[in-house]
Every structure is written in structure tokens, then in C-alpha cells.
Design a protein around this ligand. Structure first.
Ligand SMILES: Cc1cc2nc3c(=O)[nH]c(=O)nc-3n(C[C@H](O)[C@H](O)[C@H](O)COP(=O)(O)OP(=O)(O)OC[C@H]3O[C@@H](n4cnc5c(N)ncnc54)[C@H](O)[C@@H]3O)c2cc1C
Length: 424
């Protein structure tokens, strides 16, 4: 039987769509489907019990206690109701048959659809041997965040926090914990923090924020083991470094990257390789699209072709919208997804923003301020093969956005150097 929407054709507007993953990518897909005139059945399955919420505040305002958890909601209940979604929370999808477009939940429910949106995101990588230790935390979910905040408050003022990993999330957690009056040490295995994301020069400049705020950043520091025992210092944990040093800790937070949630797709017929492999328009198969942290798509931009997976809020949001529009149009007519990636981070009251996709080997040119400036503000651009590849600003939002059209156009570095609008 040939079903409507099969073989790359458009989605029937009164058909059925199943969205797996009830968070940012999934919600944006649901919103775009309705905005695009889809009136059919829309089921959204999520294994968390919470209504869709936002993750960026978890390492910032919610952990700090300046926002109640409810403020992290991605959409209010009334708007959610208006979307007419059959929301299946606390339910896990266990399998997909991509060809038949059939999703099977862990409780045995089988959901048939004309279109499927896969948006199951990613989960934190754990430090081997610490999975069962209650005081070794990660920050991905609201529950993780509330658990960590409770442990810090229970330990009281001067709580000794050891953060493993000085990536963006580890750095944000360190900054927030320092703001809560904790005694924070950050352990980074690389010689320079954030080097894979923003290169060595900028990584060193951003890493210097920790010391300026009284946080002890140790680079080239590897963790050998975490022990749960009553240390002479009274701390419940001891973090043993590869060089033999032992750090007492009330709380250990692990921020060493994420793993895409693709296990449930084994045997689905989709191509899985550090994410779900998708074409230029985010299709993993006819009638099956992906969005968010688990999506590895073919990105064609300014003459380059990359198979790439990026874990940023703005991109997950844009992908949700683009994937739904593609599903509505059908694979044969879907538009390629060609964004200007954007992400931000907030640490110690400083806002770091990045447009484009820097690589560690790109040349870096500082256009305003200085990497070691007292006020910490600067604007830098990244160049690859003579072309602008990214721009990064620390507390200079207006200046950053001026580079957007140049990144869209694949401008040269010389052209980028001419653009430096008024500060701000
Ligand atoms: C603490 C934190 C701070 C961040 N801060 C920033 C920031 O400042 N700036 C920025 O650009 N980005 C930030 N990010 C990244 C951003 O939040 C993510 O890129 C974004 O949440 C990805 O959305 P997603 O929908 O792809 O996946 P997720 O948000 O991971 O959602 C996927 C959902 O699917 C569920 N799921 C998984 N498997 C199944 C299954 N089999 N069945 C049903 N449901 C399933 C998951 O439990 C989850 O609820 C931050 C992330 C975190 C964790």
C-alpha cells in the first residue's frame, strides 16, 4: 500500500505526525506544523515527566535560585493546549520502523504516522565509575539541576564544588556556584579550556574569567577516580587526579560533553553515526526528519560540504521549524537547511556570543578590545581559507550581529575587517 506522504511527497494536512522528544526541537516542530496549516493528529512523546522546558537557565538562573523552575517553561500551558498536541509525557519511545513510519513506545503502544520528527536530543557523558555516586552530578534536566542545587544548599556556605570539564556548561556551573558562595575548583584535561570550540587564544582568554572570580581552574588535569568516603576534611568525596593529588569535595559536577540519544533507533533503518545522519533538508528517510542535538546533517555553505552535528539552543530551535516545514513540503521539495549558527554563554555576568562555526585551527583576528582587557570585552573574527568563518563577542552584542550578513554571504576577511559598528 502506498501511503499519503510516502516517497518524498508532501504531508497530507489532515494526516498524522508523531514527534519523539518533548523539548525544544520537538516543540518548535509542532508549532511550525500548525503554523504551516497541519490540522491532523499530532502526538508528542517525551520520557521526562515535565512539560517542555528550556535548558539554558538550568546552569544559570535556576541553579542560582534567581528563577523558579516554572520560569524555564518553553511555552505556557494555554498556548500548548491551543496547539492541539496529544502530549504523552513520561513515556519513552523504544523503537522506530522508518519505512513504515511506526513508533513503538516502551509500554507496547504502537503509533503509526505519515510523518515522524525525531528530536530526542542528547544526554551527558558520565565519568566512568561514578554513575552510582549520589553526589556526582550532571546538569541536563530540571531534575538534575534541582538535585545539584539541593546538595549545594545542604552543604551550606563554602560548599566545596569540583567541576570536571571546563566546557561551556562546566564553566557556567562553576560561575553560578561561585556566585552562591561555593569554593570552586574546575578540572580541565586540555591545556586550554574551550580550545575545541573557540581555539586556543580565545579559549585562554575565556578561561581567565575563572581566576578573576576566585575559581581555581586547573588545566591539563585528569581525574583518575572519585572516591566516596569520609575524608579527614569532613568532605564526603575525594577527587583523585592522575598526578596523585586529592581534592576534597562536597559535590562533584561532571561536564564532559554529551552523547546523542539514538539507542532507541537501532534497527530503525536510519543511518546512525554520532547522531542521526540526515540530508541537507534534515530528512533521515522519506517522511522522517530530525531536529536538535542529535541531528547530523549535510551542511552545504559557501562551497563547503560538511556532515555536522551542533549542540546549540538557537540551532535546535531553527531545526525544529525547518524540519517541520520540510515534512509539510515533502522531501522532494524541501529547502536545504543553511543557518548561520549562533550560541551564547553567560558566566560571571559576562555574555559570550558566537555567530558562525569556528574551528580550532581558524586564524583569529581581534577587531576590538583585547583578549586580556581589564573589562573582559572584545570582538574577534575567525578566518578559514581567507574567508570569514565566525565572529565572537564578549559583552558586545550589537557589534556581533553586524557580522551576520557577511557570514551569510561567505565574505572575505578583508570585508569583515571593514565592519566594526559602534560599540555596544
Ligand atoms: C544546562 C544547559 C545549559 C545550556 N545553555 C545553553 C546556552 O547558554 N546557549 C546555547 O546555545 N545552548 C545551551 N544549551 C544547549 C541547548 O539547551 C540544547 O542545544 C537544546 O536543549 C537541544 O534541544 P533538543 O530538543 O535537541 O534536545 P533536548 O533538549 O535534549 O530534548 C530531548 C528530549 O527528548 C527526550 N528523550 C530522549 N530519548 C527519548 C525517547 N526514547 N523517547 C521519548 N523521549 C526521549 C529527552 O529526555 C529530552 O526531554 C544548554 C544545555 C544545557 C543542558
Amino acid at each position: 500500500m502506498t501511503r499519503a506522504g510516502a516517497s518524498g511527497g508532501p504531508l497530507p494536512r489532515d494526516g498524522a505526525v508523531v514527534i519523539v522528544g518533548a523539548a525544544l526541537g520537538g516543540l518548535r516542530a509542532a508549532q511550525a506544523l500548525r503554523e504551516g496549516g497541519f490540522t491532523g493528529s499530532l502526538i508528542m512523546v517525551g520520557d521526562e515527566v515535565h512539560h517542555p522546558y528550556d535548558r539554558p537557565p538550568l546552569s544559570k538562573q535556576v541553579l542560582a535560585g534567581t528563577w523558579p523552575p516554572e520560569r524555564a517553561a518553553l511555552v505556557d500551558r494555554q498556548r500548548l493546549g491551543e496547539l492541539g498536541i496529544d502530549l504523552r509525557l513520561g513515556q519513552r519511545a523504544g523503537a522506530l520502523d522508518a519505512e513504515a513510519r511506526r513508533v513503538t513506545l516502551d509500554d507496547g503502544t504502537v503509533l503509526g504516522a505519515d510523518g515522524v520528527v525525531v528530536a530526542t536530543g542528547a544526554r551527558p557523558r558520565r565519568l566512568r565509575g561514578t554513575e552510582a555516586l549520589h553526589g556526582v552530578a550532571v546538569v541536563r534536566t530540571l531534575d538534575d539541576c534541582e538535585h545539584l542545587r539541593r546538595r549545594i544548599l545542604e552543604a551550606g556556605p563554602g560548599c566545596r564544588v569540583v567541576v570536571v570539564g571546563a566546557g561551556f556548561i562546566g564553566s557556567e556551573v562553576a560561575a553560578t556556584c561561585a556566585g552562591l558562595g561555593c569554593d570552586v575548583t574546575v578540572l580541565e584535561a586540555l591545556p586550554t579550556p574551550l580550545e575545541p570550540a573557540v581555539g586556543e587564544l580565545v579559549g585562554a582568554a575565556l578561561g581567565a574569567l575563572h581566576a578573576r572570580h576566585g575559581v581555581d581552574l586547573r588545566t591539563s588535569a585528569s581525574v583518575a577516580a572519585v572516591h566516596e568516603r569520609a575524608a579527614p576534611s569532613g568532605a564526603p568525596y575525594e577527587v583523585e587526579l592522575a598526578d596523585g593529588e586529592v581534592l576534597p569535595a562536597d559535590v562533584v559536577v561532571v561536564g564532559i560533553g554529551v552523547v546523542p540519544n539514538t539507542e532507541w533507533l537501532e534497527g530503525s533503518g536510519l543511518d546512525i553515526a554520532d547522531g542521526v545522519v540526515c540530508d541537507e533538508a534534515l530528512f533521515a528517510a522519506d517522511g522522517v526528519v530530525c531536529a536538535g542535538d542529535l541531528c547530523r546533517w549535510t551542511w552545504r555553505h559557501a562551497g563547503d560540504v560538511q556532515s555536522i552535528r551542533i549542540e546549540h539552543w538557537e540551532l535546535a530551535s531553527q531545526m525544529g521549524t525547518a524540519a517541520a516545514r520540510g515534512l509539510l513540503a515533502g522531501r522532494a521539495e524541501a529547502e536545504p537547511f543553511d543557518p548561520v549558527p549562533y550560541f551564547w554563554s553567560e558566566q560571571y555576568g559576562v555574555r559570550i556570543q558566537v555567530l558562525g562555526h569556528p574551528e580550532r585551527t581558524d586564524e583569529v583576528v581581534v577587531l576590538d578590545g583585547a583578549l586580556d582587557a581589564e573589562d573582559g570585552r572584545f570582538v574577534a573574527v575567525y578566518a578559514r581559507d581567507g574567508r570569514l568563518s565566525a565572529a565572537l563577542a564578549v559583552s558586545r552584542p550589537r557589534q556581533l550581529m553586524a557580522f551576520r550578513p557577511l557570514l551569510v554571504a561567505g565574505a572575505s576577511v578583508a570585508e569583515a575587517m571593514e565592519v566594526l559598528p559602534a560599540k555596544g
